[in-house]
Design a protein around this ligand. Structure first.
Ligand SMILES: Cc1ncc(COP(=O)(O)O)c(C=O)c1O
Length: 458
């Protein structure tokens, strides 16, 4: 299946290595994947579930190839991770070079340049012109845990304010911060304390309607923080600028700037969790830039390293450096191979203008999604920005979630060779997160598959 593709005006070095086309040669999943699935069921814990059990052998550009030789269109990017494409050439080259030199020393024992270079890039690329410092970790949840540690240390306060529909991870502290019970939290408690949840500005579901949402949600937030927590007790307010797992909820204009201002007025650390939205996904390097919001701390992971595990906390030098030497770290955080991957991914994003590509993906997808919504009243809303888009499904004319149709549409897409993901507190949102390097022909074809799935199932 591997081949060099000289199309799209790119030189061979940067071209996707796989034929960029959908090609189904068996049912989904095919016999080879089913055999692996049976092995998986005997060896892998049931709690680690799989949405689409095709076993991958190759992936690149906008396609995923499975053990049966099927080639599927990728609208998931491994949950917003391979924004630069799978096995992206610059990532693969830098990783290969690094892995042949050294794989680990532990930055806390004997450092190396790659870690410093990634922190320099984070300082340069994240919003805010103030002096910054960064620390690197392995996963998004670990970055969030550390953002909380740092905020508490810097302020001498304990309370952390999070939002309805939030998703911040699966470790004990981040489970407490994540809103949704099933499957993330059920029977895994007790959870960390000093976490306070307030309503999210969710325009579609705001009781006073979308126009009143920003102002009312901000007032509710302020009133609850004042009456139930006390401003002086709050170390950090942590929010995803566009909520991810909770349903791609885009707060109305004014809400994020209002939160940031409240934090400034009250000595609270404002943390933007850009783990899913960051690194060009929404059409800017970071989603906060859309309203010129400058967080005090920003957490990153997922798209940062083209698929290798890496995460970061970046922020104001005085907040980051409030922590004593040795207070942050871990054996693997900022592993040299993951740092090499990140430098390859960031170079790809800058040189190929992947923020521009994300905006272009939005321009192509949004009109088709709006047309689909006009034809199918089960779609209550089309929302998102850049290449982070979603549709929410409800019983027509109501806000009653329709997870059954959502699952049926998603399954039909999978059977037809389109990898889509669902999300949402109520399981009724189909989300679209294609790799930013996906070809426009694949994007069109993927949308046609989605349209067919609605025609047959909605
Ligand atoms: C916004 C956000 N925060 C945190 C996390 C947790 O990241 P990880 O799965 O790398 O621990 C995720 C993962 O989906 C996320 O989307």
């Amino acid at each position: 299946m591997r081949m060099t593709d000289h199309s799209a005006g790119q030189g061979p070095r940067l071209a996707p290595r796989l034929a960029q086309r959908r090609n189904l040669v068996t049912e989904i999943p095919g016999p080879a994947s089913r055999e692996l699935l049976a092995r998986r069921e005997r060896a892998v814990a049931r709690g680690v579930s799989t949405m689409l059990p095709i076993f991958v052998t190759d992936a690149g550009g906008g396609v995923i190839v499975d053990a049966d030789g099927n080639s599927l269109i990728d609208f998931g990017a491994g949950i917003a991770v391979v924004s630069v494409g799978n096995a992206a050439p610059r990532v693969a080259e830098r990783v290969a070079e690094q892995v042949a030199r050294f794989t680990h020393t532990c930055f806390m024992v004997t450092p190396y340049e790659g870690y410093v270079s990634v922190c320099e890039e984070l300082g340069r690329r994240t919003p805010g012109t103030y002096e910054k410092r960064s620390a690197l970790f392995n996963s998004g949840a670990e970055a969030i845990e550390n953002a909380v540690k740092i905020s508490r240390h810097a302020t001498g306060r304990q309370a952390v304010v999070v939002f309805d529909h939030a998703y911040h991870g699966r470790t004990n502290l981040t489970m407490a911060m994540t809103a949704k019970n099933m499957p993330y939290k059920d029977k895994f408690g007790p959870f960390a304390n000093e976490i306070y949840r307030v309503p999210m500005a969710y325009p579609l579901r705001w009781p006073g309607g979308p126009d009143a949402c920003a102002a009312e949600a901000l007032n509710t937030f302020k009133s609850l923080v004042h009456s139930q927590v006390g401003e002086d007790n709050v170390a950090a307010v942590i929010i995803e600028p566009i909520q991810g797992e909770g349903g791609f909820i885009v707060p109305p204009d004014g809400f994020l700037p209002g939160l940031a201002q409240f934090c400034r007025d009250n000595g609270i650390v404002f943390v933007a969790d850009e783990i899913q939205t960051g690194f060009c996904r929404t059409g800017d390097w970071f989603a906060c830039e859309h309203e010129d919001v400058v967080p005090d701390l920003i957490t990153t992971a997922k798209g940062i390293a083209g698929g290798l595990p890496l995460a970061g906390v970046t922020g104001r030098a005085e907040i980051m450096d409030s922590v004593h030497a040795g207070g942050l770290g871990g054996t693997y955080g900022g592993n040299p191979v993951a740092c090499a991957a990140a430098l390859g991914a960031i170079e790809t994003m800058a040189e190929e203008d992947l923020a521009g590509k994300a905006r272009r993906i939005g321009e192509i997808m949004l009109p088709r999604l709006h047309k689909l919504a006009a034809e199918h009243p089960v779609i209550a809303e089309v929302r998102g920005r850049g290449a982070m888009l979603a549709i929410e499904l409800t019983a027509p004319g109501t806000l009653d979630p329709d997870p059954a149709t959502t699952a049926a549409i998603s399954k039909a897409c999978h059977q037809a060779g389109l990898v889509t993901l669902t999300c949402g507190t109520f399981g009724n949102v189909i989300r679209f997160l294609p790799p930013l390097v996906i070809g426009e022909d694949l994007l069109d074809e993927g949308l046609s598959i989605l349209e067919d799935a609605f025609r047959d199932n909605a």
